[in-house]
Design a binder for this molecule. Structure first.
Ligand SMILES: Cc1cc2nc3c(=O)[nH]c(=O)nc-3n(C[C@H](O)[C@H](O)[C@H](O)COP(=O)(O)O)c2cc1C
Length: 135
């Protein structure tokens, strides 16, 4: 099975989760600035909301997908919303790329909120989640 991890992270929170997921499944976590170069069965795609949307870099990455993707597994860190799923789902639907019903989301530090998140427990939970997807 071919698996890839891509993420966008302005402040490093989502990067921590991307790396925990990637380590758990034995692949490298790369940023969305690195396009997919071969077909993948599962793409773990990480993002965070900024003013109720994902960054344009994430949108650019999705519109630039020119390989076959079996399904996307969304993961995100956020301060308030549950996840970024709603923002990426519509972009992926336009590309006819299925989104798994399972997703990982946790709190990410933002100003005075959620100090230290994602913490070690969040990273462990992300690793367990990723292993569960592959099981
Ligand atoms: C400019 C800005 C706007 C944000 N807007 C939102 C938002 O609309 N909803 C939300 O839940 N969190 C929002 N956040 C919080 C971030 O999504 C959260 O801190 C996330 O963990 C950041 O991930 P990153 O460190 O990978 O960039 C915002 C953060 C910043 C810096």
């Amino acid at each position: 099975m071919n698996i890839a991890v891509r993420y966008y992270s302005r402040g490093g929170n989502t990067k921590k989760i991307a790396e925990a997921i990637a380590k758990a499944i034995g692949v490298e976590a790369k940023t969305v600035s690195e396009p997919l170069t071969e077909d993948v069965d599962i793409l773990f795609l990480g993002s965070a909301p900024y003013a109720f949307d994902v960054d344009d870099e994430v949108k650019k990455f999705i519109s630039g997908i020119h390989v076959s993707v079996g399904k996307v597994v969304n993961f995100s860190t956020s301060a308030a919303v549950k996840s970024t799923r709603r923002y990426v789902e519509k972009l992926l639907a336009e590309r006819q790329i299925p989104v798994a019903k399972e997703e990982f989301s946790c709190r990410g530090e933002f100003m005075m909120l959620h100090k230290g998140r994602p913490n070690e427990a969040d990273q462990e939970a992300a690793a367990d989640f990723a292993k569960g997807i592959l099981a």
